[in-house]
Write a protein that binds this ligand. Structure first.
Ligand code: ADP
Ligand code: MG
Length: 237
């Protein structure tokens, strides 16, 4: 689905974190929000999923204005860096949870969960509780839980940050494969430029609450429009 954020403003009390930010995603596009810690990436995701109210501006999911729609009434899939799986539930119950809340019938839930589990390659792990899964497997479960409701948009906040280097590499291509196979519109928040470059169709570089450049990875790399962008892309951590 096409997603548009217009003139987004966010303040916390006296502090203005985002002054006036606009961003749109084409249907099926995966966009990276890339920038240093504290620049406002998570704040932007929280506004899109509805955890935080926007101080100003407008948010559209397709033609639907969701600016004032509560979080539970938006169809958004979210994966955070710490997975946040329910520890007392097994993988199946974790993935089924968003559908149980919507009171879908048991047969439909079973079918949807098994389809998404197969896509994410965790079909044989359904009985396990989070503590019995590796970091990468937990993250796959979190991804399946986010996708099972067929969300309008998938939001990924530093999803690879807690993984070791080898798993991070594997999950980069896995997340991209799953995004492309489902054709879902997605935003990946990261402070890792290699991650953004290798996984996304376009990159929005943020600094201090503002998008300073938005283009394809190749174009951004070849034609950075400022010292900030050049140095940010040029100095891998
Ligand atoms: P990022 O995800 O890019 O690291 P955040 O969006 O989490 O950055 O935060 C952007 C800025 O907003 C930071 O300066 C942070 O301290 C501030 N901020 C975030 N949440 C709150 C809050 N609830 N109250 C006050 N300031 C906040
Ligand atoms: Mg953040």
């Amino acid at each position: 689905m096409r997603i548009e954020l217009k003139n987004f403003k966010k303040t916390f009390g006296d502090i203005t974190v985002i002054e006036d930010m606009s961003l749109s995603l084409e249907s099926g596009e995966m966009l990276a929000l890339l920038g240093p810690s504290g620049c406002g990436k998570s704040t932007t995701l929280f506004a899109i999923c509805g955890i935080h109210r926007m101080t100003g501006g407008q948010l559209l999911f397709g033609d639907r204005d969701v600016t004032l729609v509560p979080s539970q009434q938006r169809n958004v899939g979210v994966v955070f860096q710490n997975y946040a799986l329910y520890p007392h539930m097994n993988a199946y119950e974790n993935i089924a949870f968003p559908l149980m809340i919507r009171k879908e019938d048991r047969k439909t839930i079973e079918k949807k969960v098994s389809e998404i589990a197969a896509l994410v390659h965790i079909g044989e792990l359904m009985e396990r509780k989070p503590a019995q899964l590796s970091g990468g497997q937990q993250q796959r479960v979190a991804l399946a839980r986010a996708l099972v409701r067929e969300p309008d948009i998938l939001l990924l906040d530093e999803p690879l940050a807690n993984l070791d280097a080898k798993l991070r590499l594997e999950m980069r291509s896995e997340i991209r494969r799953i995004q492309q196979q489902t054709g879902i519109t997605a935003i990946l928040v990261t402070h890792d430029q290699v991650e953004a470059m290798s996984m996304c169709d376009r990159i929005a570089i943020m600094n201090k609450g503002d998008i300073v450049q938005l283009s394809s990875p190749q174009d951004m790399y070849q034609n950075p429009n400022s010292e900030f962008v050049a140095s940010f892309l040029g100095n891998p951590p």
